[in-house]
Design a protein. Structure first.
Length: 322
């Protein structure tokens, strides 16, 4: 098999590229470098600079590199920005998907793996979110991810493509400091930024119906996410009929207050007490994956814990903010 990885120069994409090449898979990357960095790619991996919105470029890359499977990770991922710029998000995430699938069908690509998100579930009112929990996204970002899944499913069924949509929960950590997340959109880097500035980490709401009153999430190490992609890619290669929709989480809830405690311990900045303010609109109390189906289907289980996520993310943060 020869895999095209879109968004391979990004945070998650570069971990998937590393895991797939380490596992002996042939890989080529298509990335427009809007948020990605070419230095993230290992030596020997070809980078084609271009957007998934350009069907001519995509089809050329697929044919030139004899691509037989696609891992589609490229996309825009900021919830707030998606509310401000819905047309941009629908173009990048949904139109980008349509163009990519169109080229994939034209070039006879038989395998397709898609980076989806727990954002498709919206505000699930359940203890553990299974793949059967209704998808009711509450922002344009989540809508575009769900529409992407629908496109993948419909095209896979009609054109005999093996498909998998992987719904990532809260991604953190890094395999090496160089591959760390550049953005400050998730809890871990947001707390690093506040602590480094000598400011109190912020907690939005401590009156949720959770054990300590703060929101509970399922944090997953990006290397575990990458390992799940290798397992899914192998499954698609072996099973042309595969039509998978799977959560990638640890199945374990960690509260915002607990996470901040670990971050303060790891960074050695425990003296600054968190600042508690009111709830933010659109924050569900608890979103924790059931990770049973992915274990059943792929034999995959997360191996890394919260401390490892925070320590590796902190090493990356220190590298970028010396
Ligand atoms: N980071 C998370 O917590 C998280 C959680 C759930 C799902 N996801 C999904 O995972 C994917 C990757 O997220 P990330 O955190 O690595 O983000 P990222 O911004 O680091 O990576 C995205 C990559 O895609 C590239 N890209 C963007 N638009 C492109 C286009 N039109 N054509 C080609 N390349 C393009 C960027 O340059 C970048 O390299 C996204 O699709 C996101 O929705 C991320």
């Amino acid at each position: 098999m020869s895999w095209l990885i879109t968004g391979g120069a990004g945070f998650i994409g570069s971990h998937v590229v590393k895991a797939m090449t380490d596992a002996g898979e042939r890989v080529v990357v298509l990335d427009d470098l809007s948020t990605g960095r070419p230095e993230r790619l290992p030596d020997g991996v070809v980078l084609e600079v271009g957007t998934v919105l350009d069907g001519v470029v995509v089809e050329r890359v697929l044919r030139e590199h004899g691509v037989t499977g696609i891992v589609h990770i490229a996309g825009k991922k900021q919830v707030g920005e998606s509310v401000d710029r819905p047309l941009y998000y629908y173009r990048e995430n949904v139109e980008g998907m349509r163009v990519l699938l169109d080229a994939a069908v034209a070039a006879g690509v038989g395998r397709f793996l898609f980076s989806s998100s727990a954002a498709v579930y919206g505000m699930p009112d359940v203890d553990l979110v299974t793949e059967k929990t209704p998808c009711v996204p509450i922002n344009p970002y989540g809508e575009t991810k769900l529409a992407g899944e629908w496109l993948v499913g419909a095209v896979g069924a009609r054109h005999g493509m093996a498909t998998a949509s992987l719904r990532y929960f809260n991604v953190a950590g890094a395999a090496t400091p160089e591959l760390g997340d550049d953005g400050v959109y998730n809890l871990v880097p947001m707390v690093f930024e506040r602590l480094e500035a000598g400011e109190a980490p912020r907690i939005f709401g401590d009156d949720y119906p959770t054990p300590d009153g703060t929101c509970v999430r399922d944090y997953i190490h990006v290397e575990d996410i990458a390992a799940a992609h290798v397992a899914a890619a192998r499954r698609l290669a072996a099973d042309p009929e595969a039509r998978l929709v799977l959560n990638i989480g640890r199945g374990e809830g960690v509260s915002v207050a607990e996470m901040i405690d670990v971050i303060q311990e790891v960074t050695g900045r425990a003296e600054i007490a968190p600042d508690v303010s009111g709830r933010r609109a659109g924050d569900p109390a608890r979103v924790v994956a059931s990770a049973d189906l992915i274990h059943q289907e792929l034999g995959w289980t997360a191996r890394r814990g919260v401390r490892e996520m925070v320590e590796s993310a902190w090493a990356g943060w220190r590298l970028r903010h010396p």
